[in-house]
Structure formats: structure tokens, C-alpha cells
Design a binder for this molecule. Structure first.
Ligand SMILES: Nc1ncnc2c1ncn2[C@@H]1O[C@H](COP(=O)(O)OP(=O)(O)OP(=O)(O)O)[C@@H](O)[C@H]1O
Ligand SMILES: [Mg+2]
Length: 308
């Protein structure tokens, strides 16, 4: 699969301060790529370089196989960008603003109007069409910024913390929309520090810390190499606990709020997966829950960011 975004040793210094260092991003076509890192990690700086708003100190950026910033105009024709700090045009109404932005993209007037209407409806600001930008709440502004990024039906979306001001329902809706965009074949690059959100919409992830990419790849692949800690509920937890207690593959097992918590010895984990269904059948138990205790991405993060 060809990469839509690829960077090679992408580096940014502000004066003597190194903010992004030797970043090698690889974002495959059709990926929903979560760019995850704590405050100040260098996400926005990276995104500004990807969209040509900021010039790298050194290193290369290729988007659609073209060079940024050299081919910026051509690249940005196919990119929808949602910046972290949006919306300068405070005195325009949402409708005016979106139509204006569509015109800037080169859409003819009637198309710009049509698309403004579409994206307003899609992002849930249709009712506010004739409100001025300055009259909007921060969440409403964020919806408008998302709407702008969708104008021109771009192939690639680059979204810098797109949900930071949204309410819980807005966040859920947003996740649904991103999944919809992915289904329609778009590539989506999203920065965030909200693991649960990234987890629900992204199939690729890049972890950035102190300007360095410390992990990158398919979420499913990264999750495989991590340790094992499971939650189980069966019709009789005590019974299952007794039969598991002395097994070689069990490091620890205990019950907590009606859930059996199991820590596995990774060396013998295969055996656990083989034997568990057999034990459950033997004891005539009913399996009600079986899942990793922490989500795979959380586990990766705890290890990589030294939080666990
Ligand atoms: N124009 C600038 N001049 C000097 N330092 C800057 C400049 N812009 C950003 N920085 C510094 O670069 C570092 C990375 O900032 P950046 O905005 O890229 O982080 P971020 O990962 O987007 O953080 P957040 O999650 O808070 O949005 C920070 O330490 C910041 O202070
Ligand atoms: Mg940022």
C-alpha cells in the first residue's frame, strides 16, 4: 500500500530548541492515523509542517508523492486541514465564511454555496448558518472548522485535535463521521491526546514524545507484542478461579468487583488460550465476559511513556 504521507528525518528547531526531531512518518492510503502525544510533544508543529504553514529546519515531506513545501498548492488542493486554533473571520456568518472558503478553493459560486450547505448540515451547524463566527461557542466553532476541512471533498484530512471542545455526544458523532470518511476511502490523520478516542477510530497510530516518534504502526500489530492481563466473568467465578489457580500460565488471579482478573505468564499464554474454553466447558460454566483488562493502546502507552 503506498504511503499518502511520508516524512524523512523531519526536524524543526525554534532557535536552539529542538521541537521535532528526525520524524519518519508513514501514513498508508486509507488509514485513519492517530498522532498521539502529550501536551508540547510536537504534534501541532509537525502538522504545520505537513500543511506547509511552517518550514522544516531540515528533512523531507512527501504527500501524494509530491514535495512539501515545494508543491504546496497542488498538494493542498486535495487536503482538508483543520488547525488547532481556527477561524479568523469573526464578523462573517457561518454560511458566508464557508462559501468564502469554498471560493478560495476555486469552487464556482453555485458549487461553493451548495457545499457550504452540505458541510453545515453534516457537521451539525446548519441551524446556526446566519450566526456570526464571533457569536459561536468554542464547540460550535470547532464544528465549523471541521466543516471547512471537508470543503472540496479532499482525499486526505489532517485534523489537529478536532474534538478538544466538543461535548460527549459531539465526540461520539465525530468518531462516527471519521469512520464514515474512512469507509469512503479517505485517509485521515488526527492528532489527539485522548487514547479512548484514538482507539475507537484509528487503525494506525504514531506516538510522539519530546518531538520523537517512539512507536508507529498498525494498532493491531503493536498490541500483539504487549503483556497480558485479562478480565473474565463466568457464571461461577470462584469455581473457575479454583481450577485456574495452580496453572503454570497464571501469574496472579483474583476477584475484584465480580470480575476475575488474570495476569498471565507470557511464556505460556498460548496454553491459557487453549485450555480456558476446555475448563469452562468441563465445569459447565457460562462465559459472560472475556477481554484484555486494559485496552491494547493504553498498554502500549503506559509502557512507552513510562507511565506504568
Ligand atoms: N513558534 C514557536 N516558538 C518557540 N517554541 C515553540 C513555538 N511553537 C511551539 N513551540 C514549542 O514547541 C513544543 C511543541 O509544541 P506543539 O504545539 O507542537 O505541541 P503539541 O504536541 O501540539 O501540544 P498540545 O497537545 O498542547 O497541542 C512546545 O514545547 C512549544 O512550547
Ligand atoms: Mg497541539
Amino acid at each position: 500500500m503506498p504511503n499518502i504521507i511520508e516524512t524523512n528525518n523531519l526536524t524543526k528547531f525554534f532557535g536552539k530548541v529542538n521541537v521535532v526531531y528526525h520524524l519518519n512518518l508513514q501514513v498508508p492510503k486509507g488509514a485513519v492515523y492517530g498522532f498521539l502525544g502529550p501536551n508540547g510533544a510536537g504534534k501541532t508543529t509537525t502538522i504545520k509542517m505537513l500543511t506547509g504553514a511552517l518550514k522544516p529546519t531540515y528533512g523531507e515531506i512527501k504527500i501524494f508523492g509530491l514535495e512539501m513545501p515545494e508543491d504546496r498548492t497542488e498538494i493542498m488542493r486535495k487536503v482538508g486541514y483543520m488547525p488547532e486554533k481556527p477561524l479568523a473571520y469573526e464578523d462573517m456568518t457561518i454560511f458566508e465564511f464557508l462559501t468564502y472558503m469554498g471560493r478560495l478553493l476555486g469552487l464556482p459560486k453555485n458549487k461553493a454555496v451548495e457545499q457550504a450547505r452540505d458541510v453545515m448540515a453534516y457537521t451539525g451547524v446548519g441551524k446556526l448558518a446566519f450566526n456570526k463566527i464571533k457569536e459561536l461557542s468554542s464547540g460550535q466553532k470547532q464544528r465549523v472548522t471541521f466543516a471547512v476541512s471537508l470543503l472540496g471533498d479532499p482525499e486526505l484530512l489532517i485534523l489537529d485535535e478536532p474534538t478538544s471542545n466538543l461535548d460527549p455526544l459531539g465526540r461520539m458523532e465525530f468518531i462516527g463521521k471519521v469512520l464514515g470518511l474512512a469507509k469512503a476511502g479517505k485517509t485521515v490523520f488526527i492528532s489527539s491526546h485522548i487514547v479512548s478516542e484514538i482507539e475507537r477510530m484509528c487503525n494506525y497510530v504514531g506516538l510522539i514524545k519530546d518531538g520523537r516518534l517512539i512507536e508507529q504502526g498498525r494498532v493491531s500489530e503493536l498490541a500483539k507484542v504487549e503483556g497480558d492481563d485479562y478480565d473474565i466473568i463466568v457464571s461461577d467465578n470462584r469455581k473457575l478461579m479454583e481450577s485456574l489457580m495452580d496453572k503454570l500460565y497464571i501469574k496472579e488471579i483474583w476477584e475484584e468487583e465480580g470480575i476475575l482478573r488474570v495476569k498471565l505468564d507470557e511464556r505460556f499464554a498460548d496454553q491459557f488460550f487453549k485450555e480456558l474454553p476446555e475448563l469452562i466447558a468441563q465445569e459447565k460454566l457460562e462465559l459472560r465476559l472475556f477481554k484484555p483488562h486494559t485496552s491494547p493502546l493504553e498498554r502500549i502507552l503506559m509502557k512507552r511513556f513510562n507511565m506504568g
